[in-house]
Design a protein around this ligand. Sequence first.
Ligand code: SAH
Length: 218
Amino acid sequence: MAYKYIDNYREQGARKKLVEILKKKGIADERVLNVIGMVPRHFFFDETFWNQAYKDIAFPIGAGQTISQPYTVAYQTELLHIKTGDKVLEIGTGCGYQTCILLKLGAKVYTIERQEKLYERTKQVLPFMGYKPNFFLGDGSKGIPEHAPYNKIIVTAGAPIIPDTLLTQLVIGGILVIPVGDEKSQKMVTVLKTGEYDYEEHVLDTFRFVPLVGDKAW
Ligand code: SAH
């Protein structure tokens, strides 16, 4: 594998086009579009596949792993309404592309991955690219109670249910974004915590994520 961290005009141009595609598909939040236009997604690809990096598709990037589709990343990020300084828990670090988007929006990110190889690799690569979240290895379906509460929680794997432990770890006014369904398809769900035990839930579009595996999951 040949990974290079160089951002050429060609890649910058392709990234601008991706932003236009996402706009056409309905992503409207200018701040989200702006950071998609800034984070070099090709850094996550072997150089041979740089021509694939700014297509709006998920892509296998080695180690049996897939980088999420840009539209999905933009969609979930938009729903989080990130404000500078927000403390965000991300469940499912994967390669860390979504993590970079959250950091670029000014969030303080706590990200957890259950697969050790991915955790080790992303923990090494992201700081090298200039992105510094707090990395954790373990089952994120239980959240990370030691660092709670969070302003926002994002789950980037498909869950069978909404784990209550995650709701407990949100501040009042906080938002959880989680895909919920079976193995084949999930609906994006947002939960706004309106009081200590009060929640407002919205069920949105259909997606297909890899399964959230763990104690409060599959
Ligand atoms: N956010 C990534 C995509 C992640 S794919 C991106 O930007 O491209 C989903 C990830 O969730 C996988 O890496 C998977 O190993 C991880 N995962 C699944 N169940 C988990 C759990 N219970 N806790 C933490 N990570 C989990």
